[in-house]
Design a protein around this ligand. Sequence first.
Ligand SMILES: Cc1cc2nc3c(=O)[nH]c(=O)nc-3n(C[C@H](O)[C@H](O)[C@H](O)COP(=O)(O)OP(=O)(O)OC[C@H]3O[C@@H](n4cnc5c(N)ncnc54)[C@H](O)[C@@H]3O)c2cc1C
Length: 552
Amino acid sequence: MARPAILTVDDDPMVSAAITRDLADRYGADYSVVRATSGAEALVLLTRLALRDQPVALIAADQRMPQMTGIELLEQARTHAPGAKLLLLTAYADTDVAIRAINDIGLDYYLLKPWDPPSERLYPVTDDLLSDWRQANPDHTSDVRVVGHRWSDRGHDIKLFLARNHVPYRWYDVERDAEAQRLLGLAQASPADLPLVLVPDGDALASPTTLQLAGALGLHTSAQQPLYDVCIVGGGPAGLAAAVYAASEGLSTVIVEREAPGGQAGQSAAIENYLGFPKGLSGADLTHRALAQATRFGAEMVLARDVVGLELRGPVRAVLLDGSGEIEARALVVATGVAYRRLAAAGLDELTGRGVYYGVNASEAGQCQGDEVYIVGAANSAGQAALSLARYAERVVLVVRAATLADTMSRYLVERITATPNISLRYRTEVVAGRGDGHLEALTLADRESGVTEEVASSWLFVFIGASPRTEWLGADVVRDDKGFVVTGQDLAAPAFARRWPLTRAPFALETSVPGVFAAGDVRLDSMKRVASAVGEGAMSIYLVHRYLATI
Ligand SMILES: Cc1cc2nc3c(=O)[nH]c(=O)nc-3n(C[C@H](O)[C@H](O)[C@H](O)COP(=O)(O)OP(=O)(O)OC[C@H]3O[C@@H](n4cnc5c(N)ncnc54)[C@H](O)[C@@H]3O)c2cc1C
């Protein structure tokens, strides 16, 4: 395939030459940088590139051009180059127009002219935009290939693991894709070996465990050092923020994650309230950035391992890993967040992973093309899922127990949902049963007022009904409330937890009833349950770890 293109558009010959030169200097080896001096010329060029099947990664257009403004051009460019990142070059006076364009045309960024020096004012922006584009348009020659049944729960787990760990893969349905049979033949595998995973330059893996798959992909599944300054359990926003601050401040740091970095936030299609990202950013993007940052500072990642126990060995805090293995550290940050609650409806447990899903990931979303999809839930997570699935599904039905969404979902989401024609709402309704032979085929809905039930045909149910912490592994010494949330700091002084704190000094703000064990993010009692607060607490926990380490 031809190298992807970067297109610059500016009617001023000097500016046009400067932006083209700066972009070609940095990206010329991997992209072909082409230029146009008017909107009309740019559209002709884009048509030519589309005919040649040459992808366009970035369009950088000046706002003030005669005949067609930059925004007008970028809006039209969407049809020629649907995935391209859109960058507007503006003067200060056009800032308001540019900010409006973020909503109106999906502008990705605006850059004030002049951008000297490019290393500080241009490349950080274009590096980010192109890295995002690469993520969304991977080079398929190095993909992992997975062959399996559409409704296999193990196949679903493998796809989920790959997607959430940002490993590009191609999926072949053994019943629908001819290529699936060819790959089975090549690997000398039989249907009993499904799901089959083919890793580039590796052996074919027959129905691998997550740990085997992680190993084959070269991910670290055990710790490299005998003792760390700090061990962080959980790689969601709180854990990743803790890792960035700990490693950047010189602490030897390890972070253990059982599923995939990103946590709940990694499943969010669009986080719109995180400071500094006016256009919003996807959970996958946030995770990708945070991981790169933590790794850059030297934090070690141990993936696909579940922490199942805590042992206190004098000043050392040891976490026990599932199967075998342990990690010792001088301080521990518990950032294990919360996990989706299960929907108690007859027949659903057996169909989990076979049409019934908790949360949603990109691979399922894509497979819903043209189908009718049911979602249970009334909070922002359900709303985001409805909007994201509505891009693929024929119709999305949001099943809500209450009579309104106003009390549980942000207004901007409610407005978007009601304005999306293929989303319908069923208020005062519950899913009470599901059935299917091998995969979900029908759901029973009940009207909460009349009790009248109705069976609807559907192969897809996505559930978002709140979440609870899974903190049993912390044992008896770490105080939790009756729901399992970890009690920290001043809250330990409440009468219910009296005498559980063992030292004469007061506990630090995020410290648990075990000195040197801290909790950050959603797992903590009374936490705010937002990305920004989880990140804030993760960062703050490291400040407190320093203070704790100074006491021992
Ligand atoms: C779909 C969705 C959309 C959302 N959208 C927004 C939004 O737009 N804005 C916003 O502010 N908030 C949003 N939230 C909420 C936000 O994502 C959470 O508040 C935030 O992720 C909490 O971060 P955390 O690090 O505390 O926990 P989590 O994100 O829950 O991460 C915890 C991590 O710990 C791992 N873990 C758990 N137990 C163990 C163990 N024993 N061993 C090893 N690893 C373990 C888990 O696998 C997980 O990766 C959304 C949540 C969801 C589900």
